[in-house]
Design a protein around this ligand. Sequence first.
Ligand code: PFF
Length: 464
Amino acid sequence: MAATALREHWSSRFAFLMAAIGSAVGLGNIWRFPFIAGENGGGAFVLIYLVTTALIALPILIAEIMVGRMGGQSPVNSIYSLVRTHNKSKLWVWMGIGGTVGAFIVLSYYSVIGGWALNYTTIALGTGFDGLTGESSGALFSGMISAPVSLMLWHTLFMGINIIIVMGGLHKGIERAVVFLMPLLFLLLLFMVSHAIGTEGFSAAWTFLFEPDFSKVTSKTYLVAIGQGFFSVSIALGAMMMYGSYLDKSTSIPQSAVIIAIADTAVALLAGLAIFPLVFTFNLAPAEGPGLVFVTVPIAFGEMENGYLLGVAFFLLLSVAAITSAISLLAPAVAWAEEKYGATRRKIALIIGGSAWILGIASVLSFSDWSEFYPLGFFGLYEGKTIFDTFDFSVTSFVQPMVGIMMALFVGWSLSREVVLDALNITEGENRVLWVSVWLILLRFLVPIAIVGIFVRALWPNLL
Ligand code: PFF
């Protein structure tokens, strides 16, 4: 096990923030958030998302970064060493294991969708989306996902980029990538939004995103919002614990976590403001589900002036966002294996990334040859779910809530207030202590209750 004293640290707070925001901002913001908002009533969903992210996801984010910094190792070993130092049950280690395995599973299919984004970037660069109609755009997308060999190539390329970055280690791999890619991502996004502001559909998009229509809200809306918040802010899969483990003691964790959550939410909203104006300008449907970004939006690129440039910018943006998230999904397992086997990081990144690649092939085939194979279909809950759906559903409905609830209980109830204050570098009597108390109350009560709600909904979908 690596000694904490030898732990590498981020070169700067900026590097840490870019890596953490890079992890948070991903397919979840640009691909998933707009269509989930579209399907769940627009503005009302956005409002609920803001509240649940602030009250539920953010407190866990703070706890996770803190636990990572306290342990100073991979998520599994960080928790292992914390329970030993503080004399707690070994069962807590399951949150490290669950998160790391969950991240590995998400990585396997995340890479497949990342591959779609890379593929669409090259289509945009080549012929653009000129002349696409609703029908031909649908055909382009279904043609892509039903061709396993080419999907596999894109999946390979995406995973390969990811492995190479993680092989480089903290400074020469992750930091170097995020410090370049994240500013690029912000520029691309600003370019897209500033263009969208000038379109006819902008005010309709604004109304759609920000004018709440509560008639569409049900209890399910809250739970969908919580689940989306977990995924989007990258909690409960070890990633933020991992990045926290490289953080030096002088950096304020609550402040950093607030910056990460705000940046993540801002990108999701800006992605909505980049996409929906195009959708409304060309009278397309805003609630198209997962096809929104890959089927609907390209039609708009094909019809508009500057569509070529915007199409390239958009899919490059999506690819960059996906890569900076994927590296944080690979890092926890790689760090654990490095500590356990002492082999070189290069070899381990290759073996673990390669294994996630192999697992990803099952997701690739879920869209073609195995599209009617429902591995757990005999359970009502998994009826009609392909391997890809099964992975996604299992991690987001079970693994993330389980790890999230354990994290809230561990920091809220199991660790003492003194230990927590010390870990945050805050002394009793400072003004900031008030915020710590609020945070602890959320972790102790609101967060666990809300997460139980996610479980109940996953198990008995018709109950809530
Ligand atoms: N936050 C990423 C997204 O929104 O796409 C996905 C993700 C990355 C989730 C890393 C969890 C994680 F640990």
